[in-house]
Write a protein that binds this ligand. Structure first.
Ligand SMILES: [Zn+2]
Length: 340
């Protein structure tokens, strides 16, 4: 099979499909836009400036479908009057900060890639995505989803697809695709935890908390702490994520369930981080980062291969603390994955 391109929208296609089938007009239009972007060639990243610091450019599409839109805030400029512009600017900065401070990484490509984003994309557009070159945010329709710039973990999730694209290059289907999605959830959550200086015990371990409009029965798009419990709503349906390999969902939808089965490695990371305690971006995050960027992980890695890579990373990074690698093995075992 040909590898699917890693075009990820934060709201999975099956959620919008359900809303569209029920006649929700913004979901119909959002799906059409998503399909157009998915079919487009993945945009090449902009040329790097050679600068190693943080460089952000926020543009406003003015509710049109034209990219990039009008530039409204660049690096170092004062906040704009528009809250979405400032949320996007801050979220890009928080993502840059986690990678730079915790892992010594200079932006998505480790070469200071400028971080570009467009806000107010489309009419009531119910999604946000990274297209290989920029982050694009819709305002949401206000009935199901709110403004997509509101959640820094969503921004961290999308930009981490860029990090994965530049490192392990995990294929976007089936188990490697679910790992690709999970890695984005892991670092998306860590962006938020680092910005709030939360411990693993204090973090909510939700992805997209606050994104669902008032009245929707749910707390977020996904839960790493308790996959499958993020929402259960007459319009949205029920969160389909499994937390254990025995419940792995075989499906041809969603590139083989990449946003569904990501619940399994997500929960392994949550179990590791809470077992180790303290700041999750330190040891647990470092181990996942080393596995992702260590250049040993094949692009078609399955859960077992990734689990092995994390155990190897733990042994290499913490040679004097064998209990850390044992804790990694135990976390995977609890979700049914044996590193062997
Ligand atoms: Zn994603």
């Amino acid at each position: 099979m040909t590898a699917a391109k890693p075009f990820c929208t934060i709201v999975p296609p099956y959620v919008l499909d359900r809303l569209a089938e029920a006649g929700h007009e913004p979901a119909v239009r959002s799906l059409a836009l998503d399909a157009a972007h998915r079919a487009a060639r993945l945009a090449a990243p902009p040329p790097t400036s050679g600068a190693t610091g943080l460089g952000r450019v926020i543009a406003d599409a003015g509710h049109s479908q034209r990219l990039p839109g009008r530039t409204v805030r660049t690096e170092g400029q004062d906040p704009a009057a528009d809250a979405s512009v400032n949320h996007a600017y801050d979220g890009l900065g928080a993502t840059f900060a986690l990678y730079a401070d915790a892992y010594g990484r200079s932006s998505i490509d480790d070469h200071g890639l400028r971080l570009d984003a467009t806000v107010h994309y489309g009419q009531d557009y119910d999604n946000a995505f990274w297209n290989g070159r920029r982050m694009v945010f819709g305002d949401g329709d206000g009935a199901i989803f709110g403004d997509f710039t509101a959640c820094i973990d969503v921004i961290g999730h999308e930009l981490t697809h860029g990090v994965t694209q530049f490192t392990a290059g995990l294929e976007y289907h089936d188990q490697p695709g679910a790992l690709n999605e999970s890695v984005s959830d892991v670092f998306g959550s860590l962006v938020k935890q680092y910005a709030l200086r939360q411990t693993a015990a204090d973090a909510d371990w939700l992805i997209g908390a606050g994104l669902l409009a008032p009245g929707i029965q749910g707390v977020a798009l996904r839960s790493m702490k308790a996959p499958g419990t993020a929402y259960d709503d007459p319009q949205l349906g029920k969160d389909p994520q499994p937390a254990h390999l025995r419940d792995y969902v075989q499906t041809s939808e969603d590139n083989g369930g990449v946003h569904i089965n990501s619940g399994i490695p997500n929960h392994a990371f949550y179990l590791l981080a809470t077992a180790l305690g303290g700041s999750a971006w330190e040891r647990a995050g470092r181990i996942w980062y080393d596995a992702l960027t260590g250049r040993r992980l094949p692009a078609d890695a399955d859960f077992t291969a990734f689990a092995r890579a994390t155990v190897a990373a733990a042994k290499a990074r913490y040679p004097d603390q064998p209990s850390v690698a044992d804790t990694v093995t135990a976390a995977w075992a609890q979700v049914g994955v044996s590193p062997g």
